[in-house]
Ligand binder design. Structure first.
Ligand code: GDP
Length: 366
């Protein structure tokens, strides 16, 4: 019965089973004469967008549609989970449309982070993923940092065209768009919004001054995100809530650091030296001898070494080893979605992350 109903806002088929998916409507709202899905309801009454997620096939469809538009594409990624944030093939799909890359959540980084270096690192990473953004911006949607600047830049670069905002789930796409709505409501010459959604099937359109639109596209669930391997509880533990602080360890050769049970760093060779860890303060770091590390992990993963907690341990991917010889003055080894460690020249290390979660090397940001 409910499959015959459609949302009067976006036209999606109404369903009551899966919150966060297209057309979701609480059962209690079905009594109404005109049925509106929860997403449209929120937009209409609270000026607030809500992310809905899609599977790969539906998302490919969206990407195809982007290629047919004449627009500016804004790709939001989580700078704390760069590896898990990419939309593979985006450049190919967008055709000739320019892409702005926005790294969100900069508020999580220590204040001393070199933002210029971070932006150029991001640009380089993007190139390696086949993406050629015309600009790279760093913002905090939650704190409002550089959001106004981002809006202005979008306004400049869109050249009177529509703007499509794309990103995978959890990068902060909704938070960013809601900020835009907040920041620009009641202003002229910047993006203005209207509480009445004019929507296509699965995209929410926010009217701009000139009759064009800012379009919120659904997010895709990216399997590479650390967030998908752990429980909601554990995600809270690993996600920093505020600026992360450096934790310094003086390590001898053949010592190991465990970051909960999620990741590990073996310091193999290079004499006694400091290793600086930048992770959420709520993640415990355990130091041990390398020769005991495997055993320690086997016995204590899910217990002393957590997250992951016991309940997710069974489905948790194995840790994969990546070796690095540090050849430049100071480098960061980034555990995507978790944080990074800074190691200086001459060190020989092995970094472990769950299979599927990226480990990357970059010039130190601090
Ligand atoms: P979406 O799935 O891409 O729409 O992401 P959301 O907007 O729902 O945000 C996902 C999570 O990231 C939420 O817990 C947000 O509170 C958080 N978040 C979003 N933007 C920021 C930010 O700028 N800084 C921080 N620290 N957290 C953010």
């Amino acid at each position: 019965h409910s499959s015959e109903l459609h949302c009067i806002g976006c036209g999606a088929a109404i369903q009551t089973a899966e919150p966060g998916k297209l057309g979701y409507t609480p059962r209690s709202a079905l009594e109404k004469e005109e049925i509106i899905c929860q997403r449209c309801f929120r937009l209409r009454h609270y000026n607030e967008v809500q992310d809905v997620s899609l599977n790969d096939d539906d998302f490919l469809q969206i990407l195809h549609e982007l290629g047919r538009t004449d627009s500016l594409i804004v790709n939001i990624i989580d700078i704390f989970d760069v590896n898990g944030s990419w939309l593979p093939g985006l450049q190919r799909f967008v055709g000739n449309n320019p892409v702005i890359l926005i790294g969100n959540k900069v508020d999580l980084l220590p204040k001393s982070t070199n933002k210029g270096k971070l932006a150029s690192w991001l640009k380089k990473e993007a190139k390696e993923m086949g993406l050629n953004p015309i600009d790279v911006l760093l913002v905090s949607s939650e704190k409002g940092f550089q959001v106004r600047e981002a809006i202005e830049r979008i306004e400049q670069l869109r050249n009177g065209k529509d703007v499509y905002v794309v990103g995978c789930t959890n990068v902060g796409k909704s938070t960013f768009i809601n900020r835009i709505i907040q920041e620009t409501a009641g202003q002229e010459n910047v993006i203005t919004t209207s509480p009445i959604p004019g929507t296509t099937l699965d995209m929410i359109k926010i009217p701009l001054d000139d009759g064009k639109h800012l379009v919120d596209t659904p997010g895709i669930i990216n399997d590479h995100q650390m967030a998908h391997f752990i429980s909601k509880e554990d995600l809270k533990t690993i996600t920093p809530k505020k600026e992360i602080k450096a934790r310094v360890y003086q390590l001898n050769e053949q010592q190991t650091l465990f970051f909960g049970g999620l990741a590990r760093l073996d310091y193999l060779k290079g004499g006694r030296r400091p290793i600086v860890c930048y992770l959420a303060n709520s993640i415990d770091i355990h130091r041990t001898k390398l020769e005991q590390a495997d055993h320690l992990h086997k016995v204590h993963a899910g217990g002393m070494l957590q997250p992951p907690g016991k309940e997710t341990l069974d489905n948790f991917p194995e840790l994969i080893r990546h070796e690095y010889k540090i050849k430049e003055e100071k480098m960061d080894i980034v555990f995507s979605g978790l944080g990074w460690v800074t190691v200086n020249e001459g060190a020989f290390v092995a970094a472990y992350a769950p299979k599927g979660v990226g480990v990357m090397l970059r010039k130190a940001l601090i």
